[in-house]
Design a protein around this ligand. Structure first.
Ligand code: F6P
Length: 371
């Protein structure tokens, strides 16, 4: 009989519970025993777990969040009693103590990296790609994305009627720090007039005339969908410079200084959507309001597509364990599940390519992308 562990790490995402259910039910059917570690890698380090058996798994399919809890803790840099410590050995010890045959880590880019570190310590690791940002490399899609896309699209639909009634601009901030999938997808699906994403630095002097043209053509309202990581030209220049300096840093001191500077640049970016809204009001003379969707986008029951995806990924994951295949992320490609070596996944990010069909479509329906 095999013993397997599951943990959910990083920001929560709709579909985590249905993925746990998919893995758990298939694993029980294959005569495995399943443990769930609490609060991401912290629960693994601290050996806090629950048994995922027939009493826990049913009913999880439709429930938002994660029954296991999650955190952004990393085993190699964990804050314990106010100190940052390397707790990798403790994580390995828990794995050994429970005689685990495999550990499944569900998460986004950061989780893939942390899981890879444990793989390098000799643990049998598998991962599942989860994030509403859809930015994990080498999978067509990540789970959580479809649900959040639906929520953000519905929000834009609702903002339309109030923007229209008041002849206002409504700027809506959508999650996505580094990748614009969610803002672009929801912006197109919701018919936003302007969509701003991190991949395309924007120029407010080009957005305002686009909005004014709408006013002259009898449409005195506009919806501006902005990814939280979208930057104007000046911000983008500063960000690119800080990023480059971080990449070039060689010594420990240089690396620390460059990382601090990048943090500074990111902090300065906070509030930039509000500044954009104020600038648009000034340039267009249209009353402008800002809506930040925030964590609403991550809450609640997963969509049908996410339930299907997580059930497919979760059950495929149990099958791979049964076959003795480890060190992989279970990806979805063209509708099929595919084990991708973790080393190929880590350190990469899937951002929106500038030649993506969504970008061309947005432009062809007269949406300004701010460039
Ligand atoms: O990684 C998913 C995500 O929702 C991002 O879109 C967002 O920038 C971030 O998490 C927010 O993180 P937190 O919930 O820790 O504030």
């Amino acid at each position: 009989m095999k013993n397997i562990g599951i943990l959910t790490a990083g920001g929560d995402s709709p579909g985590l519970n249905s993925a746990i259910r998919g893995i758990g039910k298939a694993a029980l059917k294959m005569d495995m025993q399943v443990l769930g570690f609490r609060d991401g890698f912290r629960g693994l380090v601290e050996n806090r777990f629950i048994r995922l058996d027939k009493t826990v798994l049913p009913g999880l399919l439709t429930v938002g969040g994660t029954v296991l809890g999650t955190s952004r803790d990393k085993p190699h840099r964990m804050v314990i009693g106010g100190k940052t410590l390397d707790m990798t050995d403790a994580a390995v010890e828990t794995y050994r103590k429970h005689n685990l045959d495999a550990l499944i880590c569900m998460g986004g880019g950061g989780t893939q990296k942390n899981a890879f570190r444990l793989l390098q310590k000799g643990l049998n690791i598998l991962t599942l790609p989860k994030t509403i940002d859809n930015d994990v490399a080498l999978t067509d899609v990540t789970f959580g994305f479809d649900t959040s896309l639906g929520i953000a699209t519905e929000a834009i639909d609702r903002l339309h009627s109030t923007a229209h009634s008041h002849h206002r601009i409504i700027v809506v901030e959508i999650m996505g720090h580094n990748a614009g999938w969610l803002a672009l997808g929801a912006g197109i699906a919701g018919g936003a007039d302007v969509i701003l994403i991190p991949e395309i630095p924007y120029d407010v002097e080009k957005i305002a005339p686009a909005i004014r043209r709408r006013v002259s053509s009898g449409r005195p309202f506009s919806i501006v969908a902005v990814a939280e990581g979208a930057r104007n030209l000046a911000e983008n220049k500063q960000f690119a410079k800080a990023n480059e300096a971080k990449k070039k840093a060689r010594t420990k001191a240089e690396k620390k200084a460059a990382a601090l500077h990048l943090d500074d640049v990111e902090n300065q970016h906070k509030g930039s959507t509000l500044r954009l809204a104020q600038k648009l009001e000034e340039l267009t003379s249209l009353e402008t309001r800002l809506t930040i969707l925030g964590h609403l986008q991550r809450g609640g029951t997963p969509s049908a597509a996410d339930r299907l995806l997580t059930t497919q990924l979760g059950t495929a994951c149990a099958r791979l364990i049964q076959e003795g295949q480890f060190g992989v992320m279970v990806a979805i490609r063209g509708g099929q599940t595919l084990p991708i070596p973790l080393e190929e996944v880590v350190g990469k990010r899937k951002i929106v390519p500038l030649d993506h069909p969504w970008i061309e479509s947005a432009r062809l329906v007269n949406t300004s992308l701010g460039d």
